[in-house]
Write a protein that binds this ligand. Structure first.
Ligand code: SF4
Length: 235
C-alpha cells in the first residue's frame, strides 16, 4: 500500500480540502475512511465537511477520561446538528488503573516520560485499536500549529499506525478556520472564547495570552519540541 504514496501526492496536489476528502472516499471507500476528531475547531471544520460529503461518515473521538465538560458539549452539539453517532474510543480500564495506582492521578506533571506514558495509555493505544478498522484517517493538522508539524504533506503513509493519513487543511491559517466555522455555523467549544485555543485534556490545557502561540497552553510546562501526544508521528 505504501508504494502508492508518491502517486497519491500528485493526485491531490492542487485539490481543495473538500476535494481531498472526496478523493479519499472515492479511492478508499467511505467505510474505510475515518476522521479522528479531537473536537478542535479544525476537526469541527472537517466534521462539517465529511458530514456533507459522506452518507454514513465515520467520526472517531477519544474519551481519555480527563476531558473538559465543554468537550462533551461539542460532541452533543455535533450529534444534534449532523445526526451522527461518534465512534468513541476509551482507554483500557486496567491500564489506567495500573498507571494511576503506581504514579498517581497527576503523573503528567512529573516528567515528559510520565506525561507521554499517560498519553500513550489514554490516547495512542485506543486510537491504534480504532484505526485498525480503517485504511485512511483524516486529521485536522495545520502547519502553523507547531514546530513539530512544519514538514508534513497533505497525504502521508503513517508508519506508526500502518495506514494512510490525509491532512486536508494543512495549509489553512487560523483565520481560514474561523471563517469556515462562522460561515457554516459549525459547533465549537465555548472554551475557545475564553482563550483556550488548542484544547486537550483538562489538566494539560490552559488558556493562552493574546499573541501567544496557539499551542502554548498545551503541556505548558514542557519545551515546544516535546509537545506532541504521540498521535501524529511523521512517517
Ligand atoms: S493530555 Fe494529559 S491527561 Fe490527557 S492523556 Fe495526555 S498526559 Fe494524560
Amino acid at each position: 500500500m505504501k508504494e502508492n504514496l508518491e502517486k497519491y501526492k500528485k493526485d491531490i496536489q492542487n485539490m481543495s480540502a473538500k476535494e481531498i476528502i472526496q478523493w479519499a472516499f472515492d479511492s478508499f471507500g467511505e467505510k474505510n475512511v475515518i476522521l479522528a476528531s479531537s473536537l478542535s475547531v479544525e476537526d469541527q471544520v472537517l466534521t462539517d465537511m465529511v458530514c456533507e460529503l459522506a452518507e454514513s461518515p465515520r467520526v472517531l473521538t477519544l474519551d481519555t477520561g480527563r476531558l473538559f465538560q465543554e468537550s462533551y458539549d461539542v460532541i452533543q452539539m455535533s450529534m444534534d446538528k449532523y445526526k451522527i453517532s461518534y465512534e468513541i474510543s476509551f482507554p483500557e480500564a486496567k491500564e489506567v488503573l495500573d498507571l494511576v495506582t503506581e504514579k498517581g492521578p497527576n503523573l503528567f506533571y512529573n516528567s515528559v516520560m510520565d506525561r507521554k506514558e499517560c498519553c500513550y495509555v489514554r490516547k495512542v493505544r485506543p486510537l491504534k485499536k480504532s484505526l485498525e478498522k480503517a485504511s485512511l484517517w483524516i486529521t485536522g493538522i495545520r502547519k502553523d500549529q507547531s514546530v513539530t508539524r512544519e514538514n508534513l504533506s497533505h497525504v502521508e503513509w503513517d508508519n506508526h499506525f500502518g495506514l494512510y493519513k490525509i491532512n486536508p487543511i494543512l495549509d489553512w491559517s487560523e483565520k481560514d478556520v474561523w471563517k469556515y466555522i462562522k460561515k457554516n455555523k459549525v459547533p465549537y467549544s465555548s472554551l475557545q472564547d475564553k482563550g483556550f485555543l488548542s484544547i486537550g485534556c483538562a489538566p494539560c490545557t490552559r488558556a493562552v495570552e493574546k499573541g501567544q502561540d496557539i499551542r502554548a497552553g498545551r503541556w505548558w510546562w514542557e519545551a515546544p519540541e516535546s509537545k506532541e501526544c504521540g498521535l501524529h508521528v511523521s512517517a
